[in-house]
Design a protein around this ligand. Structure first.
Ligand SMILES: Cc1cc2nc3c(=O)[nH]c(=O)nc-3n(C[C@H](O)[C@H](O)[C@H](O)COP(=O)(O)O)c2cc1C
Length: 210
């Protein structure tokens, strides 16, 4: 087995290191983050860093890159009552979703540039992606600066919109039925197979290999 140390990682060429380290967490969710400047243009960006932080209340985290250069998503969230949306990316739209990461000028909305439809729902001030089968409206509750300049945004879930076929009877989400993509590294988009489910794990029920 190959052994890489922190010193090896630091010595790699930048893009090589970026590719390698972005793959380390494994498969990640593909989400489009929708925001809007108050009375201004909409913004859409692909984010793979959404994480679950708690169910009651429902809380999700998102990591934003260092805000040393202008980050439209972050600026819009701060200026628009902390509101933003997370929209799962259908695999069929992965190419367009990936393209939202390009450096678009301030006044050009990635919604139009990449072929997505901005949908404003139920008075929430941030736009949802109409083409997404699973969309969440969040309000920023806390932000935690990380030592490397990135920022963990902690958001409370205020709205969830699901396609009718998304929910199983026990409340679990059938993400494969929705056809949403997973991400690896910085540019890999995957179809996901149906899960093997094991239910709630209890001691005494550990499967023994025969
Ligand atoms: C697959 C993929 C995943 C990404 N995940 C994140 C992320 O989790 N956080 C982040 O800040 N940027 C992420 N990016 C980069 C943003 O999409 C990119 O910086 C975008 O231009 C930000 O737009 P903004 O300036 O409008 O906020 C990712 C890019 C790609 C291609």
């Amino acid at each position: 087995m190959r052994h890489l140390t922190a010193a090896d990682l630091a010595a790699f060429e930048r893009v090589y290191r970026l590719n390698l380290v972005n793959g380390l967490p494994g498969y990640k969710p593909a989400n489009l983050v929708g925001t809007a400047a108050p009375g201004g243009p909409t913004n859409l960006a692909i984010f793979s860093s959404a994480i679950h932080l708690g169910s009651d209340p429902a809380v999700l985290g998102l990591v934003t890159r260092p805000t040393t250069v202008p980050r439209h998503t972050y600026q819009n969230i701060k200026q628009n009552d902390g509101c933003y949306t997370l929209n799962a990316v259908p695999l069929a739209l992965a190419a367009a979703a990936h393209y939202t990461s390009a450096n678009f000028p301030d006044d050009e909305s990635e919604f139009e540039a990449c072929g997505f439809t901005a949908a404003f729902r139920d008075g929430f001030p941030a736009p949802y992606v109409a083409e997404s089968p699973l969309s969440i409206g969040l309000r920023l509750r806390e932000e935690h600066p990380i030592f490397n300049g990135t920022v963990l945004l902690v958001g409370l879930v205020e709205h969830v919109y699901l396609a009718e076929n998304a929910l199983r009877p026990d409340g679990t989400l059938d993400l494969t039925a929705l056809g949403v993509a997973a991400v690896s590294g910085l540019d890999g988009y995957h179809a996901v197979a149906a899960p093997v489910r094991f239910g709630y794990a209890r001691p005494g029920q550990v499967p023994v290999a025969e």
